[in-house]
Design a protein around this ligand. Structure first.
Ligand code: SAM
Length: 468
């Protein structure tokens, strides 16, 4: 422990500590002590869409709640998440506690009960997107975007496991959204940053930190915000966050938003016991919220909210062509779908390449518009293909709550569940022949197909657990 103390305290960049001396709430002594202690905080956010099935599991039992979150909990120690089938089933998301404050920021910024179009611009691996999705109404749309191609896969995987139908995953540069002028009600920019707030979790990042990188990040943050701002509707909400302590990436950026992008700052109500620190930006007086690990149980984080100025009543008309990539499922295909999906009335069933996808019917035109303007990686839920009047189900469908109660399932014990997730052969007291769900703790892990002499494992190959 002592070795850890000395190592980590020596590693914190002196120039970072010097630059923070004038930043509100920074206390070098307690800050370096908490970094040197080697203490780690682990927290998860439970998926409300799968919450009911968790009763009786450790997750549901007497864990300490994250004070500013309705589904966040601290774990007493960091377990092996890989060895927990519920982790793979999307029953919860492992998320740093401070960043769960996004829930409060959204609740205090807008009416989440109405239909909203929300963009999570910098979304991979999906922590904020899964949080936002859980707060939105069924008829709201979440566009979850990641510019870096190699990071979109993990984003799609996490969105799939979350099981939501009203999410579109895109792979676009912020400026591509300029084609959607005034489209979004809410934009969340969880910006790429210098990352000092995560030094406790990722000590390797300490040696990569530099003042020059802080400057580069700040310039990029301004560029991202300037590029995306036109796609926010007048009166719409912008939420900006970083995991950096640097004033240049936090309050200075708030000054930029207020002074250069014509937005007004939002002030959030805080409970004193949260120990979150309200700051004001020097030039504009914009409010920002700082999370210091020596003041609360979470990592370094900064968040600020804004409302775009302008007339909310002006509605934008969009013209677009459905490039004919999305045709409707045929009558026969619908008949096959009805045998598996409990309530088809809420959805549009559209053909996307080989597959049929389910998407909220009320949002169908939005999907066509997005498809005409952006690179879509995933839209709604891929439910599978219909061959000879039978739906060959897609893994994505297993992750949702759309399935009818008639779909056969098998409840696996933990070892069988892990064997399944490793994509090994499994044995179970067989249910009827054909497609069935393999469930653990009543939460679906994926599809199996029961044949006369064996059970085929349809867990996605790319997601299988590789270790023993
Ligand atoms: N919101 C994510 C979550 O909660 O899981 C974390 C996002 S991380 C702080 C910032 C993201 O911005 C990264 O996924 C990164 O690839 C992306 N990014 C990097 N450069 C970008 C740029 N120029 N424009 C938009 N996003 C960028």
């Amino acid at each position: 422990m002592l070795i850890k103390y000395i190592n980590l305290s020596q590693q914190l960049p002196a120039s970072l500590l010097t630059s923070l001396q004038t930043v509100k709430g920074f206390d070098e002594k307690t800050f370096t002590t908490v970094h040197a202690s080697g203490a780690q905080v682990t927290s998860v956010r439970i998926n409300p869409g799968k919450k009911n099935e968790l009763s009786g599991t450790q997750l549901a039992e007497s864990l300490e709640p994250v004070p500013w979150s309705s589904n966040g909990y601290y774990l007493p120690e960091r377990p092996s998440f890989t060895a927990d089938p519920l982790f793979h089933a999307g029953a919860y998301y492992v998320q740093e506690a401070s960043s769960m404050f996004l829930e409060e920021a959204l609740k205090q910024s807008c009416d989440l009960s109405g239909p909203l179009r929300v963009l999570d611009l910098c979304a991979a691996p999906g922590g904020k997107s899964t949080l936002i999705q859980s707060l939105l109404s069924e008829d709201s749309l979440l566009v979850s975007n990641e510019v870096i191609k190699t990071r979109v896969g993990i984003l799609s995987e996490n969105i799939t496991k979350w099981g939501a139908v009203n999410v579109v995953v895109t792979n676009n540069d912020p400026r591509d959204f300029q084609k959607l002028t005034g489209y979004f009600d809410v934009i969340v920019v969880d910006a790429p940053c210098s990352g000092s707030g995560l030094f406790r979790k990722d000590t390797a990042a300490i040696s990569e930190w530099s003042e020059a990188n802080v400057q580069l990040c700040a310039q990029r943050q301004e560029r991202i915000l300037a590029d995306i701002f036109s796609s926010l509707k007048p009166g719409g909400i912008l939420i900006y966050s970083t995991c950096s302590y640097s004033y240049e990436e936090d309050e200075s950026i708030c000054d930029f938003v207020v002074n250069s992008l014509s937005a007004t700052s939002l002030r959030y109500q805080l409970k004193p016991e949260w120990n979150i620190l309200e700051t004001t930006a020097a030039r504009s007086g914009a409010f920002g919220y700082r999370f210091y690990p020596d003041r609360l149980k979470g990592e370094g984080f900064f968040i600020a909210g804004f409302r775009k100025q302008g007339d909310e009543e002006i509605t934008q008309a969009y013209s677009f062509k459905n490039k004919n990539q999305l045709s409707r499922a045929t009558k026969d295909e619908l008949e096959a779908i009805k045998k598996v999906i409990a309530d088809v009335s809420r959805f549009s069933f559209l053909k996307w390449q080989e597959n049929i996808l389910a998407f909220p019917a009320s949002l169908q035109d939005d999907l066509f518009l997005l498809q005409a303007n952006l690179y879509i990686k995933k839209a709604g839920v891929s439910i599978g293909v219909v061959i000879k009047a039978e739906l060959i189900p897609d893994h994505e469908l297993a992750m949702t709550g759309l399935l009818s109660a008639d779909v056969p399932y098998y409840n696996a014990d933990k070892e069988t569940a892990l064997q399944y997730l490793r994509r090994h052969d499994i044995k179970c007291d067989t249910v009827a022949k054909g497609w069935a769900l393999l469930r653990y703790n009543n939460i679906a892990l994926g599809w199996i197909k029961v044949l006369s002499n064996r059970i085929n494992n349809y867990y996605p190959k790319d997601w299988r657990i590789l270790n023993k």
